[in-house]
Design a protein around this ligand. Sequence first.
Ligand SMILES: Nc1nc2c(ncn2[C@@H]2O[C@H](COP(=O)(O)OP(=O)(O)OP(=O)(O)O)[C@@H](O)[C@H]2O)c(=O)[nH]1
Ligand SMILES: [Mg+2]
Length: 315
Amino acid sequence: MPIENREINEYKLVIAGLDNAGKSSALIALRKKYNFYERVKNLKPTIKIDYSSFKFIETYRINLWDMGGQKKFREIYIGNPIYFTETNYIYYLIDIQDEIKFEESVKYLHDLLDIYRDLDYSNEVIICFNKYDPKFKSSEDFFDRAEMIKNLIVSQNKDMKFKFFGTSYYDISSISKAISYSLDKLLNLEEIDVGLSKIVNQFSCSYAILYTASGLIISDHYMDVMDIRAFEEKISSKISEDLEFFQRLKDEDAKIYDRVALSEDKTEYVKRYSIISGKNIENTFYIGIGAQTSKINEIKIELEKFRKILLSTFM
Ligand SMILES: Nc1nc2c(ncn2[C@@H]2O[C@H](COP(=O)(O)OP(=O)(O)OP(=O)(O)O)[C@@H](O)[C@H]2O)c(=O)[nH]1
Ligand SMILES: [Mg+2]
């Protein structure tokens, strides 16, 4: 079958919220992280929606709609529900630091929910209490604020389902957790996500990351909080380095499918998987893991079992 005719599944995620809620920042963090270099363009510059799109693996494309939140734009969207058709998941960001705007934010959310009701949206509405920076994690005041808004939203919209997250640009995994929630459901990645998180917990790994040959992260779990800069320095450069390494091996036709880097008591291990789908499309995946050296042999055994999960997900 010619490549052009291959079926690509398209998914639409809408990111909305008041101006200054941190939508674009969260997406920039994700973009760096997921490395979706593919295409970033403005759909309609006057209306200020940033549209970006990335191909997850060969057969899936995710389209992200970043709905600029200034009042004049909100009015336009509310008057033109067409923007929201065919949404797979709506993410609504509320700036948890900006108490003065809570009322306005809940009001805009309700306007959007009315539109989604008419469109028969049936997935969960994902609410992110954004700017919930690590330093506020143990703050009772912030917890109470979030609970208050949560109760308000749930009690006034009993016909809809909600999922709540606390997110921050200063904790990259909080953003990826929120985005993974919908991707897991849309792309059936739940088994992968659970499997990888189990490995991290069982072997106290500092990280475990599943990514593709283009460096796109499919699932990642960390022991510690990491902000976007730390992520850039550590993980992102590690991924490019490992991808280069495996590319060189491939060029030389070497049949080597893993890599170990030792440093004192820590070891970084990477394993390459090649999964051939039913349509004869080859998808290459890598799992990178950081752990104590004494645990690496057991981890290798676990990772061999992981192949089964990849096969069942991507066949
Ligand atoms: N403390 C903190 N500040 C953040 C966070 N995310 C974003 N900001 C700051 O919030 C401001 C607004 O961020 P944007 O991402 O431009 O907000 P937006 O929601 O895209 O705004 P519009 O495009 O007008 O709708 C910027 O100054 C960011 O640096 C966060 O997690 N924590
Ligand atoms: Mg923005």
